[in-house]
Write a protein that binds this ligand. Structure first.
Ligand SMILES: Cc1cc2nc3c(=O)[nH]c(=O)nc-3n(C[C@H](O)[C@H](O)[C@H](O)COP(=O)(O)O)c2cc1C
Length: 223
C-alpha cells in the first residue's frame, strides 16, 4: 500500500475475526518491522513477548488478560506482542557501542566532540534513559502496526497494568515493560459482523504545532 494511503486509512481495530489466524510468515514480517527503526547508542535493547491465541496457557492467560484490562478485542486478537526494555543492559553496552559507531565512521570525533564527552559522563538520568528507551520501543510498535495494516491486518495499541503484566509474563528485575507497548493484531471482523465503529475525526494538523515557542502561530498553512 502507498504510505500516504496507509496513514490516511489507519484506525484502531476493536473487533477481530476469531476464526482466522495470522499466518506465521505474515507475523514474521510484523516482528521484523521494528528493526527498521532507529536505536539509541547503536543497540536494540527492547525485546517482545509474543502471545498467540492458539497457544494461550489456561493457567497464565487469566492473569495476562486481567493485566490487559480485560478488553474484548484483546481476548479476540490472534496475536499480542508485549514490548519491554532493559535500561541496565543498555547502559552496559553504551560505551562500546559508541566506540563501534566511531570505528565505522558514523560518528566523527571532530564533529561530535560534545556527544562523545557526554559518553564519558555516564548515562545521566536513569529515568530519562528509561523514557527514551520506551520511546524507542514505541517507534518499533508503530512500525509493526503499519506493517500489519499494510498486509490487511487490524492492529491496536493497548494499555495495561504494567506491574501485573510484568509478573504474569515473568519479566526479570531490570526489565521494564512499556506501559502502552502492546500491539493487538488479527484479521478485522467484517462490517456487519459487529465490527466496531472507527474512532473520532482527526484534528486539523495546523492545531498541533507552534512556531518558535509554545503558543506561537501555527507553521501550517502560512503560504
Ligand atoms: C498509548 C496508547 C494507548 C492506547 N490504549 C488503548 C486501550 O487500552 N484500549 C483501546 O481500545 N484503545 C487504546 N488505544 C487506541 C486509541 O484509543 C486510539 O488510537 C484513538 O482513539 C484514536 O483512534 P484511531 O487509532 O482509530 O485513530 C491506545 C492508543 C495509544 C497511542
Amino acid at each position: 500500500m502507498e504510505y500516504t494511503e496507509l496513514l490516511a486509512g489507519r484506525r484502531s481495530t476493536r473487533h477481530f475475526d476469531t476464526s482466522r489466524e495470522v499466518p506465521d510468515e505474515l507475523l514474521e514480517r510484523v516482528l521484523a518491522a521494528p528493526l527498521a527503526m532507529p536505536h539509541a547508542g547503536n543497540t536494540y535493547d527492547w525485546r517482545g513477548v509474543v502471545l498467540r491465541r492458539r497457544d494461550r496457557d489456561p493457567d497464565r492467560w487469566p492473569a495476562v488478560f486481567s493485566a490487559l484490562l480485560e478488553q474484548s478485542y484483546v481476548e479476540e486478537a490472534d496475536v499480542l506482542i508485549v514490548y519491554a526494555v532493559q535500561p541496565g543492559w543498555w547502559a552496559e553496552q553504551y560505551r562500546a557501542n559508541v566506540a563501534t559507531l566511531v570505528e565505522r565512521g558514523l560518528i566523527d570525533p571532530a564533529r561530535h566532540k560534545i556527544l562523545l564527552e557526554t559518553v564519558g559522563d555516564g548515562i545521566g538520568d536513569p529515568k530519562a534513559l528509561t523514557t527514551g528507551l520506551v520511546g524507542e520501543a514505541m517507534m518499533g510498535v508503530t512500525a509493526g502496526m503499519l506493517a500489519a495494516i499494510d498486509a490487511g491486518l487490524g492492529a491496536t495499541v493497548t494499555g495495561c497494568r504494567p506491574g501485573d503484566l510484568a509478573r504474569a509474563l515473568e519479566l526479570p528485575d531490570g526489565v521494564v515493560l512499556c506501559p502502552y507497548g502492546i500491539l493487538a493484531l488479527g484479521w478485522p471482523a467484517v462490517a456487519g459482523d459487529g465490527a466496531a465503529p472507527v474512532g473520532a475525526p482527526k484534528p486539523p494538523v495546523g492545531t498541533m504545532y507552534f512556531s518558535d515557542r509554545w503558543g506561537g502561530p501555527s507553521p501550517v498553512g502560512r503560504s
